[in-house]
Design a protein around this ligand. Structure first.
Ligand SMILES: *[C@@H]1O[C@H](CO)[C@@H](O)[C@H](O)[C@H]1NC(C)=O
Ligand SMILES: *[C@@H]1O[C@H](CO)[C@@H](O)[C@H](O)[C@H]1NC(C)=O
Length: 196
């Protein structure tokens, strides 16, 4: 009996903790203040190559828009421009940032001491598409509390060489299979000639 009572008490405790935990983990983009000023080094419309080109992103607080007292970290990402999201469900924008697929490629996540910058080499796994840059300010729990992004109409293009590499690999595979097959074929012909 005593044991049952204890289990019951524990259960209630768990339930209570669950119900009243701070709801800080959900962030909606439309509710976040735009307090960070963000710039990226490529000229608008520039074409960058994965694995080769670098971009420098800078961020700073727009003090007229808010204070950064609760900012603990800054997270910078590459975001698909609307033109590269069309008819692609897997890149879709959601206001709920846990579901958002716009900004999938992390450039950096680092402590926020104030204004800063990062130089980033475009990773090889960044798909060929048009991008802009967004920076989120994160609070102590890692939740987005503010953001900023590069200017409206600003974007740059990334050309991924992984696609090319893959087709070269396939072609190389086909050719080597073909050469082994032809070698075997001619070997067989030669052998038959000799036997005749
Ligand atoms: C800074 O924030 C204010 C208020 O939101 C806004 O009106 C202003 O355009 C911003 N300045 C820059 C340079 O973004
Ligand atoms: C980038 O950040 C460094 C410090 O981390 C600073 O010395 C430098 O001036 C910054 N450069 C730009 C362009 O903001």
């Amino acid at each position: 009996m005593a044991r049952q009572g204890m289990v019951m008490a524990l259960l209630l405790l768990v339930l209570a903790a669950g119900c009243c935990a701070p709801a800080g983990a959900v962030a909606y983009l439309s509710k976040l203040p735009v307090t960070l000023q963000v710039t990226a080094s490529p000229a608008s419309g520039q074409v960058l190559h994965g694995g080769e080109d670098e971009i420098t992103v800078t961020w700073s607080l727009n003090a007229t828009a808010g204070t950064d007292a609760e900012y603990k970290k800054v997270k910078v990402s590459l975001c698909y421009a609307p033109v590269s999201q069309k008819e692609r469900e897997w890149r879709k924008t959601h206001d709920d940032l846990k579901k958002d697929k716009t900004c999938q490629f992390k450039v950096t996540e680092q402590a926020y001491p104030g204004a800063g910058n990062v130089t980033y080499r475009v990773a090889l796994d960044i798909p060929t598409a048009t991008y802009y840059v967004r920076a989120y300010a994160l609070d102590a729990s890692g939740t987005q509390v503010a953001y900023g992004q590069t200017a409206t109409n600003y974007n740059f293009n990334v050309v991924s060489i992984t696609g090319v590499t893959t087709s070269i690999k396939i072609a190389a595979g086909v050719f080597s299979a073909f050469s082994i097959a032809s070698l075997a074929f001619f070997f067989f012909i030669e052998k038959r000639k000799k036997n005749n």
